[in-house]
Design a protein around this ligand. Structure first.
Ligand code: FAD
Length: 433
């Protein structure tokens, strides 16, 4: 006889682990299926992990989670050819007993999280791929088929936490193909390096860490960003751009990463490291307007599979964990009320997303992806102009400051025109308001 569960969770990334943990903790009969050898074996992230989202699921996670460094300083750099202009925010208050952000290594973190899922009582099966959703004559989902022999399993509800490609939802026609302008392809490397060098180069001690978000010259005029994060004994460096731009420009992600590593302000920070990991992955960057229908009769979709990613703030894992928790809490609440997990009742999940930072933030930036896609000047011309302006201002060469200001102003007008500058200011205001 085919085994039946209260819920099946497909995928063991942050969204799937959050859903499965929350359900199992509440005493539900849960099956979690992961195609990788173990949770985290296939997962890629920068990675900054946001404590708030995890704390709401596992309050005492700091006791044994594999955390790298807690972030005390955030830098945002716009790179020129051989320079950067940027801002740094560093605060000793981030050294509190409960720091707000940590760097992590996903293969270790996800494995730890999944162990918690097992301890909470869920049945976790790895090295198994879910190939399709099982649906009855009315289209209600009642289980999944896997690539195992006799691999059919049934459940009251299936939570799809299978990542950005959302193959299950697409195969079931719940979602459409992702347009290339809504997805970024990112590559990253982990460079192992003496921790003393990390402390010296980034001016940190003990488990303190620094994260740098990077824009500008290194994306070759494409819409994209790069990053450099400090771990305990390694540095993570990566870069990603929209797939549509990669296609159009014919540049490879690998070439961009090489250029980033060789940039004069980046190279001294990573020098002496040994590359031990190289990975590439997609990031859903279509924002609010790209969020698909995320529930239906017998199913919900969470995390990257539901396109829940805030590219403006490089937040993904927290949206994943929170949406996984919301999906699980929805199932738990319906079960308590004796209500079936049909679309009309599962709408509660969407309400939770709407009422939280998850969709409020994506809604706030709803115009950002479209505007950025049409405005490569924010990734090429402006970083260039700002670096040039800083260079002029900070070079003391006997030229009076008024003349310098006029030269800077002219350089902006020459590159973008007066109407162009006004239009760009308007676009920025629309994108971030
Ligand atoms: P995933 O982590 O992708 O997990 C999906 C899981 O489902 C995987 O384990 C996969 O093996 C499994 N799976 C897929 N299909 C099947 C199937 N058919 N059957 C069984 N199992 C299946 N976010 C941040 O918050 N901070 C960052 O610093 C950050 N940096 C990033 C840097 C890079 C380079 C990238 C690519 C992403 C970054 N993100 C970051 C985003 C973040 O990684 C994602 O938002 C997050 O991983 C989404 O979690 P998820 O559980 O929804 O999906």
């Amino acid at each position: 006889m085919v085994e039946k569960f209260d819920a099946i969770v497909v995928g063991a990334g942050p969204s799937g682990n959050s859903a499965a943990y929350t359900l199992a903790k509440a005493g539900l009969k849960v099956l979690q299926i992961e195609r990788g050898e173990y949770s985290g074996s296939k997962n890629v992230q920068g990675a900054i992990m946001y404590a708030d989202a995890l704390e709401k699921i596992i309050p005492d996670f700091r006791e044994d989670a594999p955390l790298e460094r807690h972030v005390i300083e955030q830098r945002i750099w716009l790179l020129g050819d051989d320079s950067y202009i940027g801002t740094n925010y560093r605060s000793d208050s981030f050294n509190s007993e409960k720091p707000n952000r940590y760097t992590i290594i996903r293969s270790q973190f996800d494995r730890w999280f999944n162990e918690k899922v097992r301890e909470a009582g869920a049945l976790v099966i790895c090295e198994t791929t879910v190939t399709e959703l099982l649906r009855d004559a009315n289209g209600k989902v009642y289980g999944v088929r896997t690539d195992r022999v006799n691999g059919e399993v049934h459940a009251d509800v299936v939570i799809m936490a299978d990542g950005v490609n959302a193959l299950l939802a697409r195969r079931a026609d719940f979602q459409k193909e992702l347009p290339p302008e809504n997805v970024a392809l990112a590559v990253k490397e982990i460079h192992f390096i003496d921790p003393a060098l990390i402390e010296q180069r980034f001016q940190v001690k003990d488990d303190e860490g620094v994260v740098i978000e990077i824009m500008g010259k290194v994306t070759g005029g494409m819409v994209g960003t790069a990053f450099l994060y400090t771990n305990k004994e390694s540095l993570t460096i990566g870069i990603g751009c929209l797939i549509s731009d990669f296609k159009e420009k014919g540049i490879t992600p690998y070439k961009l990463l090489e250029d980033l590593k060789n940039h004069p302000v980046i190279k001294p920070l990573i020098e002496g490291g040994e590359v031990k990991e190289y990975a590439g992955h997609l990031i859903p960057e279509g924002g609010y307007k790209a969020v698909p229908q995320c529930y239906g009769d017998g199913w919900m979709v969470v995390g990257d599979a539901a396109h829940l990613n805030n590219a403006a703030h490089r937040e993904g894992s927290n949206l994943a964990m929170t949406s996984g928790r919301f999906a699980a809490e929805t199932v738990i609440e319906l079960k308590k009320l004796g209500k079936a997990p049909v679309a009309s009742n599962l709408a509660l999940y969407k309400k939770k997303l709407d009422d939280s930072f998850v969709l409020k933030d994506l809604k706030k930036y709803r115009n950002l992806p479209g505007i950025m896609h049409m405005s490569p000047q924010f990734f090429g011309a402006y970083p260039d102009l700002l670096n040039g302006a800083a260079h002029d201002l900070f070079t003391v060469d006997g030229v009076d400051k008024k003349t310098k200001e006029n030269k800077i102003l002219k350089s902006f007008v020459k590159r973008r025109s007066v109407f162009g500058l006004m239009g760009d200011a308007f676009k920025l205001a629309r994108a971030f308001r």
